[in-house]
Design a binder for this molecule. Sequence first.
Ligand code: UD1
Length: 377
Amino acid sequence: MIRLLSVVGARPNFMKIAPIVDELKKAPDIEHCLVHSGQHYDDQLSGNFFADLGLPIPDVNLQTGSGSHAVQTAEIMKRIEPVLVDYKPQMLLVVGDVNSTIAAALTAVKLGIGVAHIEAGLRSFDMTMPEEINRKLTDAICTLLFVTEQSGVDNLRREGVPAERIFLVGNVMIDCLLRHRELAARSSILDRLGLRQNGSGCRPYAVLTLHRPSNVDDVKTLEGILSAVSALATDLPVFFPIHPRTRKNIETFGLGRYLANAGTTSKVGIVPLDPLGYLDFLSLNDRARLVLTDSGGIQEETTVLGVPCLTLRENTERPATVDHGSNRVIGVNAERILAAARSILQKPTRAFERPPLWDGKAAPRIVTVLREYLEKG
Ligand code: UD1
């Protein structure tokens, strides 16, 4: 029997592990323990995703909670260590680039347990991003590196990782999207937001998400983005599911004037929403005319949905979304954001390519590699 243990912790981890969990359920020769670090704990950022994705209740919840980077990372390490010692997995699986990813990986390697990193090799080359630090450190100590796009392979090779440990397998986040797209289409979100028109059509609208510390912890940057998007909101409704970090800062910085009154959908101003569950958010993005975001995962999802995406950052660690997909990295200058958004609205929508291997089969490829590697001993 092969024993695997996976650690997830924050919102973008859950859709990456779901296809792996599904695949492992089909493997009678593999025993799997799912651990939630508790980095995210609200239903809006965690519980609702487990429900939407059909994920089982985690076998262990470390209930770590929020804290500074050092406190959160250290606390996860302290709490995961006895679980790893007790369960003795042959390999730890970690996904993405959050604090739970590096904390679990570092603890495991020090116990002599091999680590497989899913979504390895992505690089923004911006070491002010906590995620870039997490990605580089995790990749440096991993045994198996599962990569979503060619740039990841190139980055890892440049960093000296031997080719035989790198596997270009596609994108588990896209596996998850393709498996849930039909179910998401049955979500009532478009009706709830008054977007449905007669028949199956809907009014044009845009979606905004923001949570990167570099965008939302700095008053000038946040105000610049909100002023540009509220100007755009005079052209079409813009829906803004607000991350708790961002909501807190909008209140602290007194920027509430850029938001329409909660509950309205037709008044001018960005329409604030609570964070959405996976299916509601997928449904909303799928029919959007335009998405503006600083999220990494949403750049990938819009690429596959064929929805134009403006990335409100100076860089992306996911260049395939620009080379193949609908993504444009526009930065955080208010005039540039507004001009780019308006230019997209003036052009007809067009089809985009999917990056190679973003075909919904990344999870089976990963499990095949894991089994072959572990059976070889
Ligand atoms: C984390 C990840 C980021 C990921 C994001 C998705 C790191 C370094 N960052 O950032 O890569 O894109 O998750 O959301 O791991 N909070 C709640 N409820 C919760 C969790 C957090 O209200 O369930 C609030 C707390 O005030 C907390 C703040 O949100 O201090 C930030 O949470 P944290 O987990 O530290 O980082 P995120 O910004 O969510």
